[in-house]
Write a protein that binds this ligand. Structure first.
Ligand code: AMP
Length: 242
């Protein structure tokens, strides 16, 4: 499954909820780049030139990275791609990988949020540098101010979550990523979700839209802890044709 949407549309938050619900990994190219930058690896040094300016990391580098990641064991039963593909060449890369690895793209969820709402979300966003969990000071605050509920690390504001870089990221989104909406519409893969509400509401919209296609959706988010084992049967069915 792919999650598509502008910066601040909630892809990361929704991908994590899906990960819990379905028991398949969320694969976020943004998280992979941020981790590499924090560790100062060769990938991080290269990626930082683009991420800090709000530009896209070149396609060949990004496609290669995802290709490697999808070969890992935890992705064998399906995965949620968060923030990838972001360009038409990356979407073609996904098709090649699907052929190579023997799976089929199940759905491309487009989280549709009006531009006026996006900036407000980003400037109040805090992110965990260790596990990538995201919080929003008004809509989804951490239980303890400044501390990640999941892993206890101190929360940070992402370097690229400032107004200037956000505007650049949005312009990049409209010129390079939004054409994917039509691309996947033509391939009958697009599931268009209204992402302007709160986290639970959006998850409900998404579950309803996807639930018509698959089992395992449609329960409230709070039920997720009970699902983790029992849902296993569905996990393989979801995204992998092997
Ligand atoms: P995100 O966390 O998805 O908002 O991504 C943060 C930044 O990482 C983006 O602004 C890009 O610089 C880079 N990035 C993430 N995913 C991709 C991708 N699929 N292609 C190119 N650059 C990406």
């Amino acid at each position: 499954m792919v999650l598509l949407g502008p910066p601040g549309s909630g892809k990361g938050t929704q991908a994590r909820l899906l990960e819990d619900r379905l028991g398949i990994p969320q694969i976020s190219t943004g998280d992979i780049f941020r981790r590499a930058i924090a560790l100062n690896t060769p990938l991080g040094i290269e990626a930082e030139k683009y991420v800090s300016r709000g530009s896209l990391v070149p396609d060949d580098l990004t496609i290669g990275l995802v290709r490697e990641r999808l070969r890992e064991k935890d992705a064998a039963r399906g995965f949620i791609l968060d923030g990838f593909p972001r360009t038409i060449p990356q979407a073609r890369g996904v098709e090649e990988m699907a052929k190579e690895l023997g799976w089929e793209l199940d759905a491309v969820v487009y989280i549709n949020v009006p531009e006026r709402i996006l900036l407000g979300r980003l400037v109040e966003r805090q992110t965990c540098p260790s596990c990538g969990m995201m919080y929003h000071l008004a809509n989804r605050p951490p239980l303890d101010e400044g501390t990640c509920d999941e892993c206890g690390s101190s929360l940070e504001i992402r370097e690229d979550d400032n107004e200037e870089t956000f505007k650049k990221r949005l312009a990049v989104y409209f010129s390079q990523t939004s054409p994917l909406v039509d691309y996947y519409k033509h391939k009958s893969r697009l599931v268009d979700i209204d992402g302007s509400g709160g986290v639970e509401e959006v998850f409900k919209n998404m579950s309803a839209a996807l639930g018509d296609r698959r089992k395992g959706f449609g329960k409230p988010i709070d039920d997720k802890s009970k699902d983790t084992g029992s849902n296993c049967q569905n996990k393989g069915e979801l995204h992998n044709s092997r």
